[in-house]
Design a binder for this molecule. Structure first.
Ligand SMILES: Cc1cc2nc3c(=O)[nH]c(=O)nc-3n(C[C@H](O)[C@H](O)[C@H](O)COP(=O)(O)O)c2cc1C
Length: 224
């Protein structure tokens, strides 16, 4: 059985495009692989707390007090969800050119020394090493503006996609896919076309992910 972890980061629970993309993705997945488990962590509706000085001290403490254990309890729970997931489906809007604060709070709770990465100066200038490996992340986004790709109008202004991509290395992510809607704030025919293309991309994306899974569980298929 494969485990998916869906993370919703939109503050909107109604009319959210990213939640609709994630709904669609999981429906397609369930049709293809009903045996798989799909967990949900809704940080948009229920944001994790921002980490504090006490939280950092607890995370780095060698022997922890009961209070420190308590302070890390949610972090432990969120990390366990990531640890058991093979595929992470992260649905997030762009807010102020980056990720919503709730999603950043989730990353800060999850990316933790000796839990999701180890730190060793014996590794020279690259002392951080992820603990988990082999996970796939599908990023489902929506933004009000458009044209964040190289050579386009808003080139260099997308701090959401590269940030998720970089930080997800410490979730054990080795394969990254992205489907996004643009032009939401314009509400014109470009938006309609972008939305249609994004939803249409989900079926082939699930196909790609399922094929990769099946190949991994039975490498003889690659000979076909
Ligand atoms: C607080 C806030 C900040 C936003 N900042 C940006 C932005 O910087 N760039 C952009 O292209 N769209 C921005 N948007 C538009 C959202 O990305 C867009 O509405 C998206 O569809 C929201 O996702 P949702 O439909 O899943 O809620 C912002 C929206 C909100 C509510």
């Amino acid at each position: 059985m494969t485990r998916l972890l869906r993370i919703d980061a939109s503050a909107r629970t109604s009319r959210s495009l990213t939640r609709a993309l994630a709904d669609n993705f999981t429906q397609i997945w369930r049709r293809r692989r009903p045996q798989d488990e799909i967990g949900l962590r809704d940080v948009g509706s229920n944001p994790p707390p921002i980490i504090t000085e006490d939280w950092i001290a607890a995370a780095f403490a060698k022997g922890r007090s009961p209070d420190q254990e308590q302070l890390l309890a949610l972090s432990d729970e969120l990390i366990a969800e990531v640890a058991s997931a093979d595929i992470i489906v992260m649905a997030t809007p762009m807010y102020n050119y980056g990720m919503p604060a709730a999603l950043k709070a989730w990353f800060d709770q999850v990316v933790r020394v000796d839990k999701t990465f180890t730190f060793d100066l014996a590794r020279g200038d690259a002392p951080l090493d992820p603990v988990f490996a082999g996970k796939t992340l599908t990023l489902l986004t929506s933004w009000g503006e458009f044209g964040f790709a190289p050579g386009e109008l808003n080139e260099g202004r997308d701090s959401l996609t590269p940030h998720v991509r970089t930080a997800s290395r410490y979730l054990g992510v080795e394969a990254f896919h992205h489907v996004g809607v643009e032009y939401q704030e314009f509400g014109d025919e470009r938006f309609e076309a972008s939305r249609e293309a994004a939803f249409a991309a989900l079926d082939p994306l699930v196909d790609t992910l399922v094929s990769a899974l099946e190949l991994r569980s039975d490498p003889r298929r690659s000979a076909a």
